[in-house]
Design a binder for this molecule. Structure first.
Ligand SMILES: [Zn+2]
Length: 430
């Protein structure tokens, strides 16, 4: 299992130019390698393999200008970019991709023709060391007057494991430097436990409905606050866009910052939701989670305020991925389930339901009123489980959790007031 540590780098006036030189040399080697591969492709020849590239570039000036651990990693990345391109091309030719993929390009500005800084990759911890306070990197011979390059770092190394590759990047929007370190972690040990299952149904008004085997109360994560926040940032984005339009511009740093704020805030809510699900599943000793497969997402789905998300299918993928990752982390197996029909039938008796209100569904056989999403979650659980869901006949009132922009809380908690809220109720200084 691979995880990534991210720390911020704080280069000073001495180290910043060195990073820029390294980045420029990386771009030079990348461009040289891409030139070779593009030429081969255009002439209908096989694109050189990684081993062939290493052999060909060994004596190249751009290769020798870098420490071998950086040069090799650049060639590897260049080669991987072609692998990805060919994989996309196959999908496109089989009609599984809408647009034809572009061939890998150069790291240079189209208008000015100038090379630009993209990334400094370091192959292995032989050539770097990263601690919470600093990063040190091997330098090429001509820059090595003071040994390694040492840059102060800020941040926490969240994952400890076997260190692998490292990448140094400059974030153009934030105007900050970052280092990304990949670490290899041991797989969580999955001791054989008695199988216990749960099901999750995804949606918009209710982002996720969770049903656990043998537990009468389902849990609903309300999407209301999350979409309200999303809408607020969308409005700010369109205001900035119209301002730019008037000025005859297409983009700006503040537009990029707004886009980033919107997706980061959405992601925050999703990650917290996923963590909360994983926490509850672990507490209930669940071993397997049935998760709605989005490829067959329901056509009758209710698309939040102002049909905002009709085209934003990516949001569901993001939510799904977050839930999968959080569950895998605590050793819960995730199994995709085809969601067809899960909202149309009663989870207790299987009778076709009458959806008389947006959220409510009535079963004429049991004479029960279901919360539609809680029922769907139970049906997803049933699709995978051979034992049944173990829920008593009468659906209980599901527990609703709301996003307070920091964590998911139940109505009860929000009424009592959490310590955070108490601290927050002190009037803010303007
Ligand atoms: Zn029924």
């Amino acid at each position: 299992m691979k995880r990534t540590n991210v720390v911020r780098l704080i280069p000073d006036k001495n180290t910043r130019p060195v990073l820029k030189i390294l980045g420029d040399r990386c771009a030079a080697l990348w461009n040289a390698a891409q030139y070779q591969m593009r030429q081969a492709f255009f002439q209908g020849l096989p694109v050189p393999s990684y081993a062939k590239l290493c052999e060909e570039f060994q004596d190249h000036d751009a290769y020798k200008a870098l420490p071998s651990d950086m040069a090799q990693e650049i060639l590897k990345k260049a080669h991987q970019s072609w692998n990805a391109f060919f994989a996309c091309l196959r999908l496109y030719r089989n009609g599984k991709l809408e647009n034809r993929p572009h061939i890998p390009g150069y790291w240079k500005d189209r208008k000015t023709g100038q090379r630009f800084f993209k990334v400094i990759p370091v192959k292995s911890p032989r050539s770097y060391s990263l601690a919470a306070r600093f990063l040190s990197v091997t330098l090429p011979a001509d820059l090595r007057d003071n040994g390694r390059l040492v840059v102060p770092a800020r941040g926490i190394l969240k994952f400890s494991g076997k260190p692998r590759t490292l990448e140094i990047k400059y974030d153009q929007v934030k105007k900050r430097w970052y280092a990304f370190q990949v670490v290899e972690m041991p797989e969580p040990d999955c001791k054989p436990k008695p199988v216990k299952v749960a099901g999750v149904d995804l949606g918009t008004r209710t982002l996720a409905a969770l049903a656990v085997e043998g537990i009468d109360n389902q849990i609903l994560f309300s999407g209301r606050e999350v979409w309200k926040d999303f809408l607020y940032w969308s409005k700010r984005i369109s205001a900035e866009q119209s301002r730019l339009n008037k000025a005859g511009r297409k983009t700006s740093r503040s537009l990029k910052l707004l886009y980033r704020a919107r997706s980061k805030r959405l992601n925050h809510a999703f990650e917290a939701l996923a963590k909360e699900i994983a926490r509850r599943l672990k507490a209930n000793k669940v071993t397997m989670l049935y998760l709605e497969d989005l490829t067959g997402i329901r056509a009758d789905m209710d698309f939040g305020p102002g049909n905002l998300l009709v085209h934003n299918f990516w949001a569901f993928r993001m939510l799904r991925k977050a839930i999968e990752a959080a569950c895998l982390k605590v050793g819960i197996q995730v199994v995709p389930v085809e969601p067809r029909g899960t909202s149309s039938y009663c989870a207790v008796c299987g009778t076709r339901l009458d959806r008389f209100m947006r959220n409510k569904a009535y079963c004429s056989h049991c004479g029960l009123v279901w919360h539609a999403d809680a029922n769907a979650a139970l049906n997803i659980l049933l699709k995978g489980s051979s034992k049944g869901h173990g829920v008593k006949a009468a659906p209980q009132r599901p527990q609703v959790l709301r996003w307070n922009r920091h964590r998911w809380e139940s109505r009860l908690e929000s009424a009592v007031g959490t310590p955070f809220k108490a601290a927050n109720s002190v009037p803010e200084a303007a």
